[in-house]
Design a protein around this ligand. Structure first.
Ligand SMILES: Cc1cc2nc3c(=O)[nH]c(=O)nc-3n(C[C@H](O)[C@H](O)[C@H](O)COP(=O)(O)O)c2cc1C
Length: 169
């Protein structure tokens, strides 16, 4: 799948088959995430791959929009070590770029995924930090649930010419 098609047809997929996602497939997706641009190329990201059913099932206990994790074979937490920041305050922007790369790669490889918001909700951040034993300097940005899709969605048309401004607002 080419990049334009991937961007224009990606949708959030919240239903998955029971088929496991092999490590080699996951590593290809993580390689794409790590190719994201970052401030000063600081690459502050870390990735926690979660396959433990007990951990996956615990998240909907504190995250109100994460029920799909009960049927997801795997999820990936995208987080940043703020000690790696050379450009302070950009970790969430860098991790957002990595999350989007990861979602597009997932779709392009025929899997389905959804971005679950963690940052900036303090309570979700604290719960995830505690659940996954994150060090204090590691900040969680997003949790991505993924698997082989058990639902199909039509591409959305979101082009909105009223949001375009030429030279000045
Ligand atoms: C920052 C962010 C947080 C999100 N959090 C959730 C979430 O907690 N649960 C969920 O099911 N979807 C979540 N989504 C997915 C959005 O609901 C979805 O991207 C949006 O409705 C557009 O639909 P699409 O992804 O199918 O194009 C989140 C997306 C973003 C970018």
């Amino acid at each position: 799948m080419d990049a334009i098609t991937a961007m224009l047809t990606r949708r959030s997929i919240r239903k998955y088959t029971a088929e496991p996602v092999p490590d080699e497939v996951l590593n290809d997706l993580l390689q794409c995430a790590m190719h994201a641009p970052s401030a000063g190329n600081q690459q502050p990201w870390h990735f926690v791959i979660i396959r433990d059913r007990k951990i996956l099932d615990a998240v909907p206990g504190f995250h109100p929009h994460a029920a799909m994790l009960k049927n997801a074979p795997v999820a990936v937490l995208i987080c940043a070590d703020t000690a790696l920041e050379t450009h302070k305050g950009y970790w969430m922007v860098d991790c957002s770029a990595a999350t989007q790369n990861f979602l597009l790669a997932t779709h392009a490889k025929g899997l389905g995924a959804v971005w679950l918001g963690i940052y900036p909700r303090e309570e979700r951040m604290a719960e995830i930090k505690s659940l996954l034993d994150l060090p204090t300097n590691v900040m969680p940005l997003s949790l991505v649930a993924l698997g082989y899709p058990a639902e199909a969605k039509l591409a959305a048309d979101r082009f909105n010419s009223s949001r375009l401004h030429y030279d000045k607002w």
